[in-house]
Design a protein around this ligand. Structure first.
Ligand code: HEC
Ligand code: HEC
Ligand code: HEC
Ligand code: HEC
Ligand code: HEC
Ligand code: HEC
Ligand code: HEC
Ligand code: HEC
Length: 410
């Protein structure tokens, strides 16, 4: 009896407290907010309450996937001189589908947006009311120009071919996008309900936004996989990105990822290793790390409160990333020979191409040995990035590091 009475008194107390707390504020009409269709609000709205996340996201490449060159001429990372561009293209000779002197080169003033700033840069121009990717591309590492779809560039709608991965909130009918970045909502989903709720409605706040950390591992990684991937839309013909996909959903109904047919020589080396860029997800899917739940965000941050420690958004610098978990290693074969601990040098060789071959790290995490190249000369190995002078002697390199394995079927 006594206990019951006490609970009743406590209940009244709690209710009174709750009433006082809410006294000054209008009750939240969650239903009214959620009766509206969900919509994108843009990262600038998220900034109002999540300044630290916003600030650190601003330091990542995701915040600059597309830059408005009309407002900011500095977005163009090279002296845009048509004569120099044509001269550089001239060196490509026979590789070109259109002669160098006839390839369309936009005037500097015609560039609406730039795409990319780290490996390479493309330029968006407007033609007959459509946004299109101009057929010249600047490669930052080699300071050279290459051609891009020089014969059919004006037939390729930018929203269909690129839009969904380099901007947020693409509307294919209106051919518009809401944010010229991989904004907060590209990974967290449409935020209008969440943003409209008052800060005090913590429970409802959590219910109305996707937190990737609270999803199952596979579904969470598919958020990254919706862009760090290569394939075609299952919903819209000719679209190269997963139209209709939203964070938290399963990716497969929206996207047919490129698989590994032996013949797909453009995207793959014939051993399931990617050859093109933006396919980290496909590499990773084949790795042992998948089975162990080591996912993109085990190694990469997307917004790190405080100043970020590294380039490439890795949690630890270089191979220290690996030591976090692999603190004990077999001291055999290749591990025994080498005094250094460049895990990435061997296990994530730069064999995929962005602007140039050798620009992007493999994410299968397997060390490619000399015998892999001996079996398939098209497939590079991890060793020759350092042992280049041994070019002619792959067999010896293999035998020295892995004694007794001269037999290539080993
Ligand atoms: C009016 C303030 C406000 C705005 C605007 C706002 N948020 Fe929030 N957000 C919050 C509060 C408050 C929480 C709950 C904090 C807690 O869990 O303690 C929250 C939580 C979150 C969470 C974690 C949810 C969870 O389940 O752990 C994410 C992710 C998030 N917000 C993303 C966003 C994004 C993306 C936007 C922009 C579309 C945004 N927020 C706009 C106030 C805001
Ligand atoms: C590239 C994808 C991506 C983008 C872009 C992104 N986030 Fe996140 N966000 C994540 C992931 C993944 C997590 C889960 C944390 C983790 O696993 O590291 C997260 C977690 C959060 C959380 C929960 C608290 C925390 O730190 O774990 C908040 C709040 C949040 N993000 C806000 C934002 C805001 C605001 C923006 C835009 C300025 C933004 N995010 C942009 C992927 C993203
Ligand atoms: C399926 C998603 C997807 C599509 C479609 C896509 N990209 Fe990308 N793109 C990415 C990702 C992810 C990266 C960064 C990772 C990488 O390169 O490995 C990237 C990188 C780039 C870069 C280099 C960025 C830099 O900082 O150097 C350029 C330029 C680029 N893309 C242009 C385009 C153009 C032009 C199109 C359309 C013809 C396009 N992309 C279509 C996902 C995509
Ligand atoms: C909406 C598409 C999209 C999504 C979703 C996305 N990315 Fe990206 N990501 C890109 C593009 C595009 C670039 C290249 C930007 C550029 O260079 O202009 C990029 C670049 C990166 C980079 C390279 C950073 C650097 O400094 O070199 C990393 C790492 C990365 N993304 C990790 C992730 C992770 C982890 C996730 C999931 C939590 C994720 N991305 C989700 C499109 C996306
Ligand atoms: C076990 C750790 C690990 C995992 C898991 C991982 N990455 Fe990486 N990633 C790295 C390291 C290390 C680098 C190279 C950092 C450097 O520049 O030295 C890198 C580089 C990148 C880059 C920059 C381009 C390049 O390869 O040079 C992108 C984009 C990227 N990762 C995306 C992803 C995505 C998307 C996933 C999940 C599908 C993922 N990564 C999973 C460790 C990891
Ligand atoms: C978050 C923890 C974690 C991080 C970070 C991590 N790994 Fe792993 N890795 C694992 C686990 C767990 C396994 C499976 C058990 C084992 O072999 O130790 C594994 C397995 C491996 C394997 C064996 C694959 C096979 O086929 O047997 C290699 C190689 C590997 N990791 C390389 C790396 C490299 C290189 C890095 C740094 C870029 C790295 N790992 C970062 C946890 C991690
Ligand atoms: C000189 C190249 C090289 C370097 C450097 C290297 N590895 Fe390896 N690693 C290999 C090769 C080759 C194998 C496969 C062994 C075999 O097939 O005989 C391997 C196997 C592994 C394995 C699976 C078997 C085992 O030993 O548990 C893990 C995990 C691993 N390496 C992690 C790392 C980490 C972490 C680093 C950095 C400290 C590193 N490796 C540095 C070449 C290298
Ligand atoms: C990051 C650069 C780097 C990579 C990648 C690398 N090595 Fe080495 N390797 C070295 C250096 C430096 C030495 C000298 C010994 C030392 O300081 O560790 C060496 C020594 C050797 C030696 C013994 C000395 C000799 O030349 O006869 C062999 C054999 C060898 N490496 C084979 C390999 C094989 C096989 C691979 C690929 C699985 C590989 N290395 C990958 C840098 C590298």
């Amino acid at each position: 009896m006594k206990a019951k009475a006490l609970t009743a008194v406590l209940d009244i107390g709690v209710m009174a407290l709750a009433l006082t707390a809410c006294g000054g504020e209008k009750p939240i009409d969650v239903k009214a907010i959620m009766a509206q269709p969900q919509a994108y609000v843009g990262s600038d709205t998220c900034k109002m309450c999540h300044l630290e996340h916003y600030d650190s996201w601003k330091m990542t490449l995701h915040s600059r996937t597309l830059q408005n060159a009309q407002n900011n001429r500095d977005a163009v990372v090279v002296d845009f001189d048509p004569d120099k561009i044509r001269k550089s293209l001239g060196k490509l000779g026979g590789q070109l589908k259109v002669p160098a002197d006839q390839i369309f080169i936009p005037k500097f003033e015609e560039i609406r947006y730039t795409i990319g700033s780290q490996w390479k840069q493309s330029y968006i121009v407007e033609k007959n009311g459509s946004l299109l990717v101009a057929p010249v591309q600047y490669n930052l590492e080699t300071h050279s120009w290459s051609a891009y779809h020089e014969a059919d560039w004006d037939q390729r709608d930018w929203s269909l071919k690129c839009g969904g991965c380099h901007t947020t909130g693409v509307d294919l009918e209106k051919k518009t996008f809401l944010e010229s970045a991989v904004g907060c909502e590209a990974c967290h989903g449409k935020g209008s309900w969440h943003a409209a709720l008052p800060k005090t409605a913590v429970f409802e706040k959590r219910q109305t936004i996707v937190n990737p950390a609270k999803l199952t591992m596979g579904v969470s990684a598919q958020i990254c996989g919706s862009c760090h991937n290569r394939g075609t839309s299952t919903k819209v013909k000719e679209a190269d990105w997963p139209v209709g996909y939203a964070p938290g959903r399963a990716l497969e109904p929206y996207y047919e990822s490129n698989v590994y047919p032996e013949g797909d020589v453009k995207s793959y080396y014939a051993k399931d290793f990617i050859q093109g860029h933006h396919q980290q997800y496909l590499d990773w899917l084949q790795s042992q790390h998948v089975n162990e739940g080591v996912t993109c965000t085990s190694c990469h941050y997307v917004h790190q409160i405080g100043l970020p420690p590294t380039r490439s958004q890795t949690v630890g610098a270089g191979s220290r990333q690996c030591f976090e978990c692999h603190n004990q290693l077999n001291k055999t074969s290749a591990h025994a020979i080498h005094t250094f601990a460049n895990c990435i040098g061997c296990h994530m060789p730069k064999i995929a191409t962005s602007a140039e071959s050798g620009a992007v790290h493999s994410h299968v995490f397997i060390c490619l040995k000399p015998k892999d190249t001996l079996k398939n000369p098209k497939l590079p190995n991890s060793c020759q990035s350092c042992h280049a002078h041994k070019k002619d002697d792959l067999k010896k390199l293999q035998e020295k590091a892995f004694p007794g394995s001269g037999d290539l079927d080993w």
